[in-house]
Design a binder for this molecule. Sequence first.
Ligand code: CA
Length: 226
Amino acid sequence: MPRILIVEDEPGIVLSLEEDLRRQGYETAVATDGDQGIALGTERQWDHILLDLMLPKVDGFDVCAALRRAGITTPIILLTARSQEAEKILGLDAGADDYMTKPFSLRELRARIRAQLRRGSGAGERVVRFGDCEVDLNRAELRRSGERVDLTAQEFRLLEVFLRNVGRVMNREQLLDAAWGPALAITDRAVDTHVFNLRKKIEPVPAEPRYLIGVRGLGYRFERGE
Ligand code: CA
């Protein structure tokens, strides 16, 4: 069942969206302000995010930008009450995939969600291979020599960030921001702990890392190997 996150503060719209989408066989969850949207959007895996623009605390543009910074690639449709061209462009610049101007027809929204889901399932390189590892970014799965390896959601997100930044040195703060999100208070040490755990799952010899390389005084760098 595809899972859709609705980030919207108007109860009437939330109600009709939830009712309609559930009837279509989607599983839904709701965040009613921007902070909650970022938290839920980064904590769990979604197939789709519907994001209102005018939200309490953090507006839709910033939520969208924060999710993209955090390495979340889930398709996002902006729900906007504004019709100005500039707002739409800002939204797309912030990393949204599509937008709908309120009031919109539920039928059209459903069609756009289906289109995004189709695009998502067939898009680009969604399986990354290095060494004996195979990472399926759509299913959030790691296989090693064909065997499924269990990763926590957080480990997967960190791995995803590394895969997106191959060859680039990232310091702990950047990694925290990208893999945990700016809203959460976590110490740098969490990065090291997760890197340590990831190495055990992807490295042939965890003590002599070939892929997840520590750069003294700076942070970490992911190398895909040859
Ligand atoms: Ca609103």
